[in-house]
Write a protein of this length. Structure first.
Length: 72
């Protein structure tokens, strides 16, 4: 199983911007995700076409099953 953390923020112009991180652990706590999102905002790690990320909107964890075939 692969787990993907999707985080959505508001930017300076008030629209939403999303980030995804693949390969996260499945047992993340709400507080860990919130702390990460606040750190991303505080350190200004990302600048969007509509400005800096300024506020947390939401976050979700997606589970994805991958099956690889040996065809070569």
């Amino acid at each position: 199983m692969e787990y993907i953390l999707s985080m959505t923020f508001f930017n300076e112009l008030g629209s939403k911007s999303s980030l995804k991180i693949n390969g996260v652990k499945p047992n993340l706590k709400d507080s860990e995700v919130k702390d990460l999102m606040n750190l991303i905002i505080e350190k200004e790690f990302f600048l969007t076409g509509k400005g800096k990320l300024v506020k947390i909107d939401s976050a979700k964890l997606t589970q994805r099953e991958i099956k690889k075939y040996n065809v070569a």
